[in-house]
Design a protein around this ligand. Structure first.
Ligand SMILES: Cc1cc2nc3c(=O)[nH]c(=O)nc-3n(C[C@H](O)[C@H](O)[C@H](O)COP(=O)(O)OP(=O)(O)OC[C@H]3O[C@@H](n4cnc5c(N)ncnc54)[C@H](O)[C@@H]3O)c2cc1C
Length: 466
């Protein structure tokens, strides 16, 4: 298939790479295996007609903070913010709430309010340049010395295991639980280094840009990127799975795939191949989508205003749940990450809701009851509101998107080792040893999330390639 550049895969990273290459005047062909563009940005009527569910990402904090998306300035995409960014219900007391405002959030943390302001609040004061450093860990960086000083301070806490950070920085159960719920997005054992970093980054983003959703569903963002590509003369095709690189005929090939797929697609030089073979995937997720006949009946009504809800109780409980998933066991009381888009966006056809918990890599267990029991714990009567449900375990997720290997939605373990080696240790890990072939998926820096930065970096390198 001939073009100046072929992009394989239309997740946010593939789409970003395709648009950047087309904007630079390249003739781009985008090939997507699925019947719809978007990868982790797809939406579909998974339960009942008229009910729009996001298959993957809903919360667009990273897109909003991403230099790549800001540069694109896409038309027709509207971000909708929930009244409360996130909530963390606890047994027998009011839920912990995260507001856009640092001070309001700190007030809800009582004795730990000052500690929240001194840690998360201090990083928020460093502003978007700090986030830019996190999203462009290998540069080019903003030339501001203060940013580096603040980043270094942030980095000291971020490098710690979440359990160590939470116990060192905070004295109350509420603040410790809050940072545990944030850090558990990493899918790491919370005793692992840098797990605090993910929680702190998400907390900083909550204050800095919010955790909005795309009005109408995440598919709107994917479709806007495809429209932009086509307006620049690019061609985009669905239902075309690339099995071998030899099928493609272009001087530039950008792959929105993970190392395991690249290994199957090409004969790679021995050293690089062995390094990719050592790349590790993390736990999987078990995801449920529901159509409800009304909002979730939270015991604490304040939770109804939050876009994202972390369920699982205290730091100790959440740490135990995540340790179990990492050790290959199903936790009987899993940490559940729940998103209620209707808190921000009433246009998705009623009350659609999703939640997932982490399960062992490739697990075949059906944990619907465990997830719903955690919701019932904080919202008695929830099950009575369910009109229809749709479940996807690791196998179904991987069938829907081959990048979700064993149900790992992060494109590979987010450990310290793979922070530095994603997927290989290199100043330009998006480059492969095959001339003109680049990787751009979340298996490259800065890792998972809808930020498009893998695609942005791969396209930058590709444009310099002769
Ligand atoms: C359930 C779930 C919830 C999530 N929630 C959030 C969230 O709220 N916020 C957030 O920021 N992130 C979230 N994420 C993570 C986010 O979706 C991913 O990090 C992001 O989509 C990764 O983008 P990508 O472009 O690297 O890959 P993907 O989005 O996975 O896209 C890869 C694409 O490549 C295609 N492809 C793969 N191989 C081939 C081939 N051989 N030929 C042709 N096409 C191919 C796939 O079909 C897919 O469309 C979530 C993910 C999941 C699964």
């Amino acid at each position: 298939m001939g073009a100046d550049a072929v992009v394989v895969g239309s997740g946010p990273n593939g789409l970003m790479a395709a648009v950047m290459l087309a904007r630079a005047g390249r003739e781009v062909l985008l090939l997507e295996a699925a019947e719809r563009f978007g990868g982790g940005l797809r939406s579909a009527e998974l339960t009942l007609p008229g009910h729009v569910h996001d298959l993957g990402a809903t919360v667009m904090a990273m897109a909003l903070a991403s230099p790549a998306f800001r540069e694109l300035d896409l038309k027709g995409v509207e971000f909708a913010h929930p009244p409360v960014v996130a909530a963390h219900p606890l047994d027998g007391q009011p839920a912990v709430l995260v507001h856009r405002d640092v001070r309001r959030t700190a007030e809800g943390l009582g004795r730990d309010g000052a500690a929240w302001t001194a840690t998360v609040g201090a990083a928020v004061r460093a502003g978007l340049p700090l986030v830019e450093l996190l999203l462009k860990p290998l540069g080019p960086w903003p030339a501001r010395p203060m940013t580096f000083a603040r980043a270094a301070r942030f980095g000291l806490g971020a490098a710690l295991p979440a359990t160590t950070f939470a116990r060192g920085a905070f004295r109350t159960e509420r603040a410790r639980a809050l940072i545990a719920g944030m850090s558990a997005h990493s899918m790491l054992d919370l005793r692992a280094p840098i797990s605090a970093g993910y929680g702190l980054t998400l907390a900083v983003l909550a204050h800095l840009v919010g955790w909005p959703v795309v009005r109408g569903g995440s598919q709107v963002l994917a479709d806007a990127l495809v429209a932009e590509l086509r307006s620049l003369g690019g061609e985009a095709v669905t239902g075309h799975r690339v099995r071998r690189l030899s099928e493609l005929d272009a001087p530039i090939v950008v792959l929105d795939v993970t190392p395991r797929q690249l290994l199957a697609m090409a004969d790679l030089p021995g050293g690089y191949r062995r390094r990719l073979e050592r790349y590790r995937y993390g736990p999987g997720v078990f995801k449920l989508d529901w159509a409800l006949d009304g909002p979730v009946p939270w015991r604490d009504p304040a939770v109804a205003s939050a876009g994202t809800v972390h369920l699982g109780g205290t730091l100790e409980e959440i740490a135990l749940s995540e340790a179990e998933a990492s050790a290959g066991r199903v936790s009987p009381r899993p940490y559940v990450l729940l998103v209620q888009p209707y808190a921000a966006d009433p246009t998705r056809g009623g009350h659609t809701l999703w939640a997932y918990c982490h399960v062992p890599h490739g697990s075949r267990a059906d944990v619907t009851d465990l997830v719903e029991a955690q919701i019932e714990r904080y919202a008695p009567g929830f099950r009575d509101r369910v009109l229809a449900r749709h479940a996807m375990g690791p196998a179904e997720l991987e069938a829907a998107d081959p990048n979700l290997v064993g149900g790992d939605i992060g494109g590979g373990l987010a450990s310290l080792a793979q922070f530095a080696r994603r997927p290989v240790w290199s100043p330009a890990p998006w480059r492969t040893p095959l001339p003109g072939v680049f990787l751009c998926s979340s298996s490259t820096p800065p890792g998972p999330g809808v930020h498009g930065m893998g695609g942005w970096q791969a396209a930058r390198l590709a444009l310099r390639h002769r």
